[in-house]
Design a protein around this ligand. Structure first.
Ligand SMILES: *Cc1c(COP(=O)(O)O)cnc(C)c1O
Ligand code: SF4
Length: 431
């Protein structure tokens, strides 16, 4: 299949689009001014069920819907478009709305490391052993998710891209940080870049001076959005050779594959792509946020994990949807996230339950919701860190006041009348 991309200016030429009502089209045109919108022929022709729109989960995953914006934002853009406002005026308004949508959730900009007083804006180093790297050529995706917390990277706003070209600085930084064992190449989707470009980054990481780097991870949604990346793109074979080279060098190469719905695992193309990548020795782990309107159902998760395990992939993370972008549309109360996780795990064998979650990537770390409990007459959330800014915080159970409406970590208060959570009181831990 040859890649064909659709955006606001040409999506009306998609096969099946005649199923979209005039109202729904207008919603795409308006909401798409604020949320990034891009879809391709594979997603449109093989994944979306055009007989079930707008409720179809894959349609909702890629197409902007009216309910994804707050009503007053939607009406603001609608008014400008109805009165034929110019591009400059429209952009001013949509930039302003985007700024209100929390484009940098959980203090991501706090994690930018420095070397020789240069801020390495294409990197984040939050947890001791793992560095994230955002190669500048990989800051786009084969299609865009409407819930994406990295959407600001695509919206063309100045100064908001975490990207850099300087491989040398990455290598220099890693040489000075022997505690780092994992480099996670992420984006956007790094597998939108060419094999030759990726090869440059990989060769740098295979440098003799970096034997403390044991695992290279690549975060990608290419299996779900463009499996032909691994099969029939002009440089698919070259990509397989890169994977083989890394594995043969003695490092582990792990692909963190992003899947949101079991339907993404059902096509011949994705199944062949997974088989082909496995044949290079790469390990595929899977992850997804829990999203209202897309996968808010324990059966959907159990089915997704079963299919992944059948395809020899390892379920890894279930995330709570971040507090950014269209969060009101996608968010689910934490208590329901936990209940769903519990019910999904109850349906599958232990092999499927390698997944860690539900997990919130919050400012102090990744916080897992272990459950709801009643202790000393008080109903509480039991939580723990899966990853923490301070490694000593990891896997210590702690408690927050039960709040049936809370959808994110910031909304929680310490339980048992305490003023602070244990990790807010560094004196206790940095003794
Ligand atoms: C999740 C995450 C990692 C990787 O954590 P693991 O628990 O090792 O998978 C690294 N850095 C950041 C900022 C993350 O959010
Ligand atoms: S594939 Fe990942 S980075 Fe790309 S739009 Fe989706 S969530 Fe965002």
């Amino acid at each position: 299949m040859k890649y064909k991309s659709y955006q606001l200016h040409n999506y009306t030429t998609i096969k099946g689009i005649d199923k979209l009502s005039a109202t729904e089209r207008k919603a795409v045109d308006i909401t798409g001014q604020v949320l990034p919108f891009k879809v391709n022929n594979y997603v449109a022709e093989q994944l979306i069920d055009w007989n079930n729109i707008p409720e179809d989960p894959i349609y909702t995953l890629c197409f902007p819907r009216k309910e994804m914006l707050q009503t007053h934002h939607f009406e603001q853009v609608e008014r400008l478009m109805d009165t034929g406002a110019g591009a400059a005026e429209l952009k001013k308004t949509t930039d302003m709305i985007r700024k209100e949508l929390n484009p940098h959730p959980s203090g991501q900009h706090l994690n930018v490391p420095q070397i020789d007083n240069i801020r390495l804006t294409g990197m984040q180093h939050k947890y001791r052993t793992t560095v994230l790297f955002f190669p500048s050529q990989g800051q786009t995706c084969h299609a865009y998710c409407t819930f994406c917390f990295r959407w600001n990277q695509f919206s063309g706003m100045d100064g908001m891209r975490f990207a850099m070209k300087e491989t040398e600085l990455l290598v220099k930084y890693l040489k000075q940080h022997r505690e780092v064992t994992d480099v996670l190449i992420t984006g956007g989707d790094p597998l939108t870049m060419s094999a030759s470009c990726l090869s440059g980054y990989m060769d740098a990481l295979l440098d003799n001076g970096l034997c403390h780097i044991q695992t290279i991870r690549i975060g990608t949604k290419a299996f779900a959005y463009w499996p032909y990346r691994f099969l029939s793109d002009p440089d698919s074979d070259a990509l397989m050779r890169i994977f083989e080279k890394v594995v043969q060098s003695g490092k582990s190469l792990a692909i963190m594959a992003h899947f949101n719905h079991p339907r993404e695992l059902t096509t011949n193309a994705v199944q062949e792509a997974i088989r082909r990548v496995h044949s290079t020795g790469v390990i595929i782990r899977t992850q997804s946020p829990l999203l209202n309107h897309i996968n808010n159902d324990p059966d959907v998760w159990a089915e997704m994990w079963r299919q992944q395990v059948n395809l020899n992939c390892i379920p890894y993370y279930m995330f709570v949807a971040r507090d950014t972008g269209a969060k009101e549309f996608f968010s689910i109360p934490l208590v329901d996230c936990w209940d769903l996780f519990r019910k999904a795990c109850g349906q599958v064998s232990g092999i499927c339950c390698t997944v860690r979650g539900p997990s919130m990537s919050a400012t102090p770390g990744k916080v897992q919701i272990l459950g709801v409990n009643e202790d000393r007459g008080e109903k509480v959330f039991v939580l723990r860190f899966l990853q923490g800014r301070n490694p000593d915080w990891v896997h210590r159970p702690f408690f927050a006041k039960y709040d049936p409406e809370a959808t994110w970590f910031d909304m929680l208060k310490p339980a048992f009348g305490k003023e602070k959570f244990f990790f807010e009181d560094n004196a206790v831990l940095d003794k």
